[in-house]
Design a protein around this ligand. Structure first.
Ligand code: BES
Ligand code: ZN
Length: 617
């Protein structure tokens, strides 16, 4: 008789998290994730209703996040949080118990919330703190128009938890609604259905109806305007930038059409780009419906717009078919570089595509050289347990990933490869994919189907680059190399030889200066081509890198480098230049510049450079 009383308890235990059978059944759904505290097998979020106030005076986001949950008879749900102040939590409509676990430098704290087996929603009242890593609060001086402050978020890889308490794993997809209140002179936009004009009261409502991973939730607030390019594409920028940005990105609709022709329908209805202030830490970020981009790609001649093709390509590889864990990051980026280059080929021809591919090929060689003492980090499939996912975000995922796919394409033939990729995106739409699942799919649907032998495992699980790699060739680059030889031999520049060069040829030319090049030769080139004052950010960046490498100081290049580093926060650029200083024992000089520049950097860039220069704030 007594035992009968215990039955409900036993039953609850069996049904709860500790039940090994249940775990077994559901591990199929979620693979092990070391960068999130969430236990989605027990209770998982499915929809977010965010209601926040963006307070520029306090530099804080204050509000509440309500989640609809899928509850497996659980007694708690765990969210990720980092540097958040949690004020109160509700289970359905009633206040419930919660606790923050031990703080981890990288992951933050698990937020344990007590729920009942029949709880359907939870609500967390919270605010961000000054330590938040996702948010960058800009003063008017840091914007293009210099009149109003600006705010943007950066979620990838594990920063969304620093502005929203959430289950921050790419495997967990949610839809969301948001109500965001901002000062009435500003406009708010998100990775969602967006306003095209300002509201009078500064209140904006958003809806993202397709399920996305937490790292793709994004918000930007500033004095911005919208200008359409086509019915479903357009740009947001500050007033003084709108015209320039609009004409720079005027091929956006054509890019979407080219992409759809390759791998199927665009799944997100609208494709807009917002150009942010120059401290934005990335070239671009593929937030669904609204790519975030650096102004450094607005070159005036559309020469750097492969970045838009890249972020657009993520609408398939990344946003639609998402890497399950950050160890599978190459499935996001390698596929996206491949797709990007195919879009560029479709729009601008094979020459342009191959130049872009070769610049990436050289990036890969540089990366392999810099990682030569840690060969494990040159594998496509990574093991980032205990490491910050940021550490895995280098040229390997992008350019080795690309080379793998290009080699596959050349092995099986383009027609079969394209058919395979189209099916791959279709079959995995709105779900996540990990490396082993991809390999199984590849074997079944491409290699075995067409009886083709391929060393997939070597590409994915071994260090370095296999010997069957595709060879990328460009006449244009070969000409640029010949021109350089001639200029150096004659000690004289024939400007006519360079008259049709595009940005890609200039970048290749500058990056491939011979080791023994003299300062006099640097001067010769600078006088002829005025590299020091280049208005093209990529050309300027590779030239500055060489100036540091060769200790060239002509034409006040030092002042230009300092200006560049204090204005631009794009991590790839900034890191390349600081690395050059570091490599040439000029850490002191670098640190002097960094002290002035650091306040302008987003946490993502500052963290990287702090580490590189051994700088503590
Ligand atoms: N998703 C990335 C940016 C990113 C990667 C943010 C890892 C956080 C962690 C984006 O699509 C990207 O690859 N950007 C590149 C663009 C380039 C390869 C065309 C960049 O920012 O330079
Ligand atoms: Zn990318």
């Amino acid at each position: 008789m007594k035992n009968l009383f215990l039955l409900p308890l036993v039953f609850t235990l069996i049904m709860s998290c500790e039940n090994p059978k249940k775990e077994d059944k559901t591990t199929n759904k979620y693979v092990e994730e070391t960068h999130s505290f969430a236990k989605p097998n027990i209770a998982v979020i499915s929809h977010l209703d965010l209601n926040i106030n963006v307070d520029f005076d306090a530099k804080a986001i204050i509000g509440k996040a309500t989640y609809t949950i899928e509850n497996n008879n659980a007694t708690e749900i765990i969210l990720d949080s980092k540097f958040l102040e949690i004020e109160n939590v509700l289970a359905d409509t009633k206040t419930t118990g919660f606790s923050l676990g031990e703080f981890d430098e990288m992951l933050g704290q698990p937020l344990h919330i007590a729920i009942k087996p029949d709880t359907e929603t939870i609500t967390v009242f919270y605010q961000t703190t000054s330590k938040t890593e996702a948010l960058q609060w800009l003063n008017p001086q840091q914007t293009a128009d210099k009149k109003h402050p600006f705010l943007f978020t950066q979620g990838q890889a594990i920063l969304t938890r620093t502005w929203i308490p959430i289950q921050d794993s790419p495997q967990i997809r949610i839809t969301y609604d948001a109500t965001v209140k901002v000062p009435s002179e500003l406009m708010a936009v998100m990775s969602a259905e967006n306003p095209k004009v300002k509201t009078a009261d500064g209140i904006y409502n958003f809806k993202m109806k397709q399920p996305i991973s937490a790292y793709l939730i994004a918000l930007a607030v500033g004095d911005i305007e919208y200008k359409a390019i086509s019915e479903r594409t357009g740009i947001y920028a500050e007033k003084s930038m709108v015209t320039k940005v609009h004409s720079e990105f005027s091929d956006m609709e054509k890019m979407v059409v080219a992409a759809e022709n390759l791998y199927g329908k665009y799944a997100w209805d609208q494709f807009d780009v917002i150009v942010l202030p120059p401290s934005f830490p990335f070239g671009g970020m593929e937030n669904p419906r609204l790519t975030f981009a650096t102004p450094t790609v607005v070159a005036g001649d559309k020469s750097l717009t492969s970045l838009i093709a890249h972020e657009l390509a993520h609408s398939w590889s990344g946003n639609l078919v998402t890497n399950a864990t950050w160890n599978d990051f190459w499935l996001n980026e390698g596929f996206t570089v491949y797709f990007e280059i195919r879009i560029m080929e479709a729009l601008y021809g094979i020459d342009r595509a191959n130049m872009i591919a070769l610049i990436g090929r050289q990036d890969l060689d540089d990366e392999l050289e810099s990682l030569k003492n840690t060969p494990n980090s040159t594998k496509l499939k990574l093991d980032l347990k205990g490491k910050n996912p940021d550490d895995g975000m280098n040229s390997i995922a992008y350019d080795k990933g690309y080379l793998f796919l290009r080699t596959l394409e050349e092995t099986v033939g383009r027609e079969k490869f394209d058919a395979f990729l189209k099916n791959y995106f279709n079959a995995h739409a709105f779900s996540t994919i990990h490396t082993e699942k991809f390999i199984a799919y590849l074997n079944k649907n491409l290699l075995e189907k067409h009886k083709i032998n391929f060393n997939t495992d070597e590409w994915v699980y071994d260090a370095g680059v296999p010997s069957n790699q595709a060879v990328i060739q460009s006449d244009k680059f070969e000409n640029a190399e010949k021109a350089m030889q001639q200029f150096l031999t004659n000690n004289k520049v024939d400007v006519a030889m360079t008259k049709d060069w595009t940005t890609q040829e200039w970048v290749h030319f500058i990056r491939n200066f011979p080791k023994e090049m003299t300062i006099a030769q640097m001067e010769l080139f600078d006088d002829a081509f005025n590299f020091t004052n280049s208005m093209n950010s990529h050309i300027a960046m590779v030239w500055f890198e060489q100036a540091i490498n060769k200790n060239y100081r002509g034409n006040a290049v030092d002042t230009k480098i300092e200006e560049f580093l204090t204005q631009v926060g794009r991590r790839w650029y900034v890191e390349t230049l600081f690395k050059a200083y570091e490599k040439h024992d000029k850490v002191e000089e670098a640190t002097a510049i960094y002290k002035k520049a650091r306040a302008n950097y987003h946490s993502v860039t500052a963290t990287t450079i702090d580490k590189l220069l051994g700088y503590s704030n």
